[in-house]
Design a protein around this ligand. Structure first.
Ligand SMILES: O=c1ccn([C@@H]2O[C@H](COP(=O)(O)O)[C@@H](O)[C@H]2O)c(=O)[nH]1
Length: 274
């Protein structure tokens, strides 16, 4: 999917919501445990209940890998289910990969060749040769960690060099030499508030993947105020706040209500640019 198609989906659905499929066997409703593949059964119900309200799904690999082979199978089935039934959805493998070149090549192959996923999150710490292997795939995206939503983002990302340049700014500046805004996005946490102004000074036109609303308490209003651009430029993720809205047989219905509440707020925010 290219940038224009992403924007068209945002306009059509009046939403820039990404539903995070952080599916934890210990948190899903008990009645699903009798299913052959409880993780997939849960995901399928959540996807069917929310697909018209969101433009993206973000399974986080940790939740699947922690289940071994069964988890990987559930992940693959989930990706295929989205692709077959909701082909307009942008799929993000939140895997935070990145390694020496030949190893990154293998990571890229598994997400882009094997699974045909739209995008993968990548850590920038190992530099250009660790990111480039992900960039040889047309219309596939690298989503590079820039300024994350957690408290630890202060430990390295905000440290300054002798010229006063912060590490996340160096990441934004340097990585723009590797790919354009047609192939690269950045992760910026919703909890970072006004810092979106600084982010936008460096990357006015890029899409940003923004986790941290809902369970982490980030403000959607602030994200939009400081981070929205003329193509929206935001994919805002909520995982726990949507998928675990309820633990009963009504879980999918309640997840839909939570997603609808976020989408309604997004529709309002989009009036500023549409
Ligand atoms: O800076 C980051 C980068 C990634 N994440 C991931 O996003 C979701 C957030 O889940 P919630 O339940 O909505 O808090 C999760 O997969 C994180 O690993 C992030 O939160 N912050």
């Amino acid at each position: 999917m290219n940038k224009q198609q992403l924007f068209e989906n945002i306009k059509r659905k009046k939403s820039f919501l990404c539903v995070g499929l952080d599916t934890d066997i210990k948190k899903i409703p008990a009645h699903l445990l009798k299913e052959e593949d409880p993780i997939f059964a849960f995901n399928k119900a959540i996807i069917d209940a929310t697909a018209d309200l969101c433009i993206a799904y973000k399974p986080n690999l940790a939740f699947y890998e922690s289940m071994g082979v069964k988890g990987w199978i559930a992940f693959e089935k989930t990706v295929n289910y989205i692709k077959e039934n909701y082909p307009d959805q942008f799929i993000i493998a939140d895997a935070k990969r990145g390694d020496i070149g030949n190893t990154s090549e293998m990571y890229a192959r598994s997400f882009f060749d094997e699974l045909n996923i739209d995008s993968v999150t990548v850590a920038p710490y190992m530099g250009e040769d660790s990111v480039k292997p992900f960039l040889i795939y047309p219309e596939k995206w690298v989503i590079l960690l820039a300024l994350t939503s957690n408290k630890g983002s202060h430990d390295f990302q905000l440290t300054e060099d002798v010229n006063g340049e912060r590490l996340f700014e160096k990441v934004l500046k340097t990585s723009q030499q590797w790919a354009s805004d047609e192939q690269m996005m950045y992760v910026v946490g919703a909890t970072q508030g006004k810092m979106f102004l600084d982010i936008r000074k460096h990357v006015p036109n890029h899409f940003l993947l923004v986790p941290g609303v809902g369970a982490q308490g980030g403000s959607l209003e602030e994200v939009c105020k400081y981070g929205m651009n003329k193509m929206c430029g935001l994919i805002v993720n909520s995982s726990r706040g949507i998928i675990y809205a309820d633990k009963t047989e009504k879980f999918a219905e309640e997840a839909r209500k939570s997603a609808k509440a976020v989408q309604t707020e997004m529709e309002e925010q989009l009036k500023a640019i549409l």
